[in-house]
Design a protein. Sequence first.
Length: 134
Amino acid sequence: IGGESDLVAPVAGQLQGTATTEVRVDIVLYNSGDTPIAGEALYMFSPGYFPARRPFNLAPGATSLVSDAFGDLGSASTPLSGPVRFRVLSGPADKLVATVRTARAREDGGAFGYATPAFTAVPAPGPYRGRIAA
């Protein structure tokens, strides 16, 4: 799914629960260019399911916070984990900046978690051309 210009955040977690026990995925998107960008975030939580999709549209210079981006996924007993891929459908893909945060809510209204920047996928090396020692 996707192409070489897609951004990828390597891991995000999701777990349904009450307001003080849920684990959610928050996404921050920024369009650093002067042309609108439209696309979709793809949460690839399982190789056995199609990825969850969250569309986005960013005006030039705009920043957008998508809180609980995949809130309809999972259950209280099944945590989900996987990469989030950003596929640009129109506009300059190289002007999209994205960060994915996995956050757990606290009783005092705060949250804690970790954030990972999205980056372009590094192409895999070509076929092995060396010798294997026996």
